[in-house]
Design a protein around this ligand. Structure first.
Ligand code: ZN
Length: 193
């Protein structure tokens, strides 16, 4: 029975280096390649009761590396690759800015997760942000939830920068699949690993 006022927990996923192979300013739909485990990880999280939403910094737009129209084609390709594997996400938000724009959406700022929380009725305190960049786990901390740093993508280099930071990730995980297992175990007590 649907509960009124029930807010869902959510796992916010980074895109490049988390769900798809990082290609430094990936700029065409043909370059989109899912990691082998991405669809499985999303489906596990859904089954455990999480919403799964992608939040991605796409400063390549502000830097003139690709157009908004191209980004939308890249995302169309991304959705279709997920669909081929029997998976889908609940939403996708991107920030097209650079730091100098002083926007509210570029991670580690929480504009994208706040917007998603309003539009998808999400309980941010019981939600996670997962990605391969320090900005990702910091977004989780900044929203009052948890952040996980992955070692896929840029993660192995990023993890070396952690000691300079005041805040720490909830966990450091090998990749999205190990992170999904940990999240499910943490939130439900079930061991899906
Ligand atoms: Zn922005």
């Amino acid at each position: 029975m649907a509960r009124k006022n029930f807010k869902s927990p959510c796992v916010f996923l980074d895109r490049d280096g988390t769900l798809i192979h990082d290609n430094n300013y990936l700029s065409s739909p043909e370059q989109v390649k899912l990691y082998s485990y991405s669809a499985a990880a999303i489906n596990k999280l859904h089954k455990a009761g999480f919403k799964v939403i992608v939040t991605t910094n796409q400063s390549g737009i502000a830097r003139g590396k690709f157009a908004l129209k191209t980004l939308s084609l890249i995302h169309k390709r991304f959705f279709s690759l997920l669909k081929e594997q029997g998976s889908k996400i609940d939403g996708l938000y991107f920030c097209p800015h650079i730091d100098e724009d002083k926007c509210n959406c570029r991670k580690p700022k929480i504009g994208m997760v706040l917007q998603a929380a309003r539009e998808h009725n999400i309980d941010l305190k019981n939600s996670f942000v997962v990605g391969d960049i320090l900005r990702d786990y910091m977004t989780g901390v900044n929203m009052g939830g948890k952040g996980i740093l992955l070692l896929s993508g840029h993660g192995k280099k990023q993890v070396k920068l952690l000691k300079k930071e005041k805040t720490k990730p909830f966990a450091i995980c090998r990749n999205l699949l190990t992170a999904a297992n940990l999240i499910i175990k943490t939130m439900t007590g079930d061991d899906f690993a």
